[in-house]
Design a protein around this ligand. Structure first.
Ligand code: 5GP
Ligand code: MG
Length: 213
C-alpha cells in the first residue's frame, strides 16, 4: 500500500535541521520560494534602474543572505555599501535605534536603493531614509524581503517587497534571534517560548507547607 503524503506542516518541519527543530514552530517561506521571488524582484529593479548610477545600501546584519542572492540578480554596474543599524538588542520588541556602522561611499548624486531584511514598525527605514536623504542622493528607494504591514506605526511603504507576512517573529535566511539562526536557508517561525520563556512557577501552598515544616 502506498504511503500517504504527510501534511504540509509536517513536511516543512522535516526540513528544519534536527538540532534547531525544538526552537522552531515551522518553515514560513521555503528556500525555493525565496529564490523564485528574489529573481522577480531583481527583474523589477533592473528594469527601473537601467543606465543609472546605482548605490545599494544594505542594512547590517539581517540582510546578509538576501543581499547576496539579490545582487546576483542585478545585471548592471552598481556599488554596494553597508550601514549598521540596530533596533532590537537581544529581545523581539523594537528598542532605541543605534547607528553602529556609517557609510563609506559618497551618496551625493547616486540613485540609492536601501535593502533591509524586514519592515516592521517602519522606524528603522524611516530613520535610514531621512539620514541618507540629507546626503543629497539623486533618488532613494527601499527594498525589503519581508513586510509585517499590520505592525506599522504611522505610514511607511517599501518600494520593493518580497513577501507580506503575518505578525510572527521570524528567523533564518539572515534574520536572527540573539544573533542565532541567521544561517537557516529558509524563513522560519520561532516558538514563542524561545523568546518569551515562561516565568518559573511561584511556590504553591504545598511547597509553602513543605518549607514551613
Ligand atoms: P522596525 O524598525 O521596522 O520596527 O524594525 C525593523 C528591524 O527589526 C528589522 O530590520 C529587523 O532587524 C528587526 N525585526 C523586525 N521584525 C523581526 C522579526 O520578525 N524577526 C527578526 N529576526 N527581526 C525582526
Ligand atoms: Mg534589521
Amino acid at each position: 500500500m502506498p504511503l500517504s503524503k504527510p501534511p504540509l506542516a509536517e513536511k516543512l518541519t522535516r526540513r528544519i535541521p534536527a538540532s534547531q527543530r525544538p526552537d522552531l514552530a515551522g518553515v514560513l517561506i521555503p528556500e525555493a520560494d525565496l529564490q523564485r521571488r528574489i529573481a522577480l524582484m531583481g527583474r523589477a529593479i533592473a528594469r527601473d534602474y537601467a543606465g543609472k548610477d546605482v548605490l545599494v545600501v544594505s542594512l547590517l546584519s539581517g540582510t546578509v543572505l538576501f543581499l547576496a542572492d539579490l545582487l546576483r540578480r542585478l545585471p548592471f554596474p552598481l556599488r554596494v555599501d553597508f550601514l549598521g543599524v540596530s533596533s532590537y538588542g537581544l529581545g523581539t520588541e523594537s528598542g532605541n535605534l543605534v547607528f553602529n556602522k556609517e557609510l563609506k561611499l559618497d551618496v551625493c548624486g547616486a540613485h540609492v536603493l536601501v535593502v533591509d531584511d524586514i519592515l516592521d514598525t517602519g522606524k528603522t527605514l524611516r530613520a535610514v531614509t531621512e539620514k541618507i536623504t540629507a546626503l543629497k542622493p539623486a533618488s532613494i528607494r527601499t527594498c525589503v524581503l519581508l513586510d509585517k504591514k499590520d505592525r506599522r506605526v504611522g505610514s511607511f511603504e517599501a518600494d520593493y517587497v518580497g513577501f507580506r507576512i503575518p505578525n510572527l517573529f521570524v528567523v533564518g535566511y539572515g534574520l536572527d534571534f540573539a544573533e542565532r539562526y541567521r544561517n537557516l536557508p529558509f524563513v522560519g517561525v520561532l516558538k514563542p517560548e524561545v523568546y518569551a520563556p515562561k516565568p518559573a512557577p511561584k511556590p504553591g501552598p504545598a511547597s509553602a507547607r513543605k518549607s514551613a515544616a
